[in-house]
Design a protein around this ligand. Structure first.
Ligand code: PMV
Length: 330
């Protein structure tokens, strides 16, 4: 339950990072482990300020050019849903306030935009109402929104985004953190093609229901890759980690969740010197990640742009940003 020293303030903010999945998307939905890391440079940020009495709560999504009042928003509206869930969790009525949302994250691109937006809104609204929600509570609220929009999510997105730490994740279990022996550099490239998590996860489920044997071995192997990737990260063996990412991409392609556009980016990154590259998130469109030696980062970026990437970002995953999943925070 939220700690309740409730007193409204005049303004408050909340923020959350994007994320990438290193290993184990799709198989994680079926109970296999996966590894995800936050992308702290790309964020969703919510700011809430008091408004005139009687106005109710106004939600303004700047990047979407969308403004909606909580009163009028239809059931299932993603921004309104997280606001309503947060108010119900706190046991508060909607305040007279304006909540403004900015996000650096591309939508429907596998970078956790939906979860980041939910977490940022929940945090800003709770802070505005003088309430502190635990990380687990914020993650659980965001998971409820993911369920409405993604059908059968594993929970990995809301978990890594709420904790903002690299996690080894198994559906239904508390997330585990692990040590990072050597910081590693990822280049993230956006294909510009849409990636509908809901549609792609549903398609995989339908096909698996029809032919379970086609999926059993690849999913099991993807789980094994996630376990080995954790060991490679803990041991600082980045070339091995790259090889594991490559194999993960090949398995995802075999399950038809890659596409020519994603394969082209993956091939370009590898040819330019990446240790490994793969699609990240639900696939078909969205982003790829490339694990690169630092001296190859610029070359890989240029190769990705030449191969059609519409955006390229860099991020370094390191021990310092990892911290601990503190039992007191849960
Ligand atoms: O939201 P996305 O596109 O990053 O996909 C999440 C990863 C999946 O494994 C495909 C789905 C899930 O719920 O874990």
């Amino acid at each position: 339950m939220p700690s309740a020293h409730r007193s409204e303030v005049l303004s408050a903010t909340g923020s959350a990072p994007g994320k990438v999945i290193l290993c184990g998307e799709h198989s994680v939905v079926y109970g296999q482990p996966a590894i995800a890391v936050p992308v702290s440079d790309l964020r969703a940020q919510a700011q809430i300020t008091a408004d005139a009495p009687g106005r109710g709560l106004l939600l303004v999504a700047v990047d979407l050019g969308e403004t909606v009042t909580l009163r009028a928003a239809p059931a299932g509206h993603p921004l309104a849903t997280i606001a309503r869930l947060t108010l119900a969790e706190i046991g508060a009525a909607a305040p007279d306030a304006m909540l403004t949302l900015h996000s650096d994250l591309p939508i429907a691109a596998g970078l956790g935009s939906g979860a980041a937006v939910s977490v940022a809104i929940a945090r800003a609204l709770a802070a505005f109402l003088g309430c502190e929600l635990t990380v687990d509570t914020v993650s659980a609220l965001a998971y409820k929104v993911e369920k409405i929009h993604h059908g059968t999510p594993s929970g990995i997105d809301n978990t890594v985004v709420a904790w903002e730490r690299p996690v080894y994740f198994v559906k239904g279990s508390p997330p585990e953190v692990f040590s990072i022996a050597t910081p590693f550099h990822l280049v993230i490239a956006d294909s510009g093609l849409p990636s509908s998590t809901h549609a792609i996860v549903a398609r995989v489920r339908r096909r698996r229901d029809v032919d379970p044997s086609r999926f059993a071995a690849p999913f099991k192997r993807m789980g094994e890759l996630a376990r080995q990737a954790r060991i490679a990260i803990e041991g600082g063996d980045l070339p091995l980690l790259g090889a594991l990412l490559n194999e993960n991409h090949a398995l995802l392609a075999k399950l038809d969740v890659s596409s020519p556009g994603l394969d082209r980016l993956v091939a370009a990154a590898r040819a330019a010197g990446a240790w490994g590259a793969k699609l990240t998130g639900a696939g078909v469109g969205g982003n790829i990640i490339a694990l690169v030696p630092c001296d190859a980062a610029t070359r890989v970026e240029h190769a990705l742009r030449a191969a059609g990437a519409v955006h390229v970002w860099h991020t370094t995953i390191e021990e310092q940003s990892q911290g601990r999943l503190n039992a007191n925070d849960r």
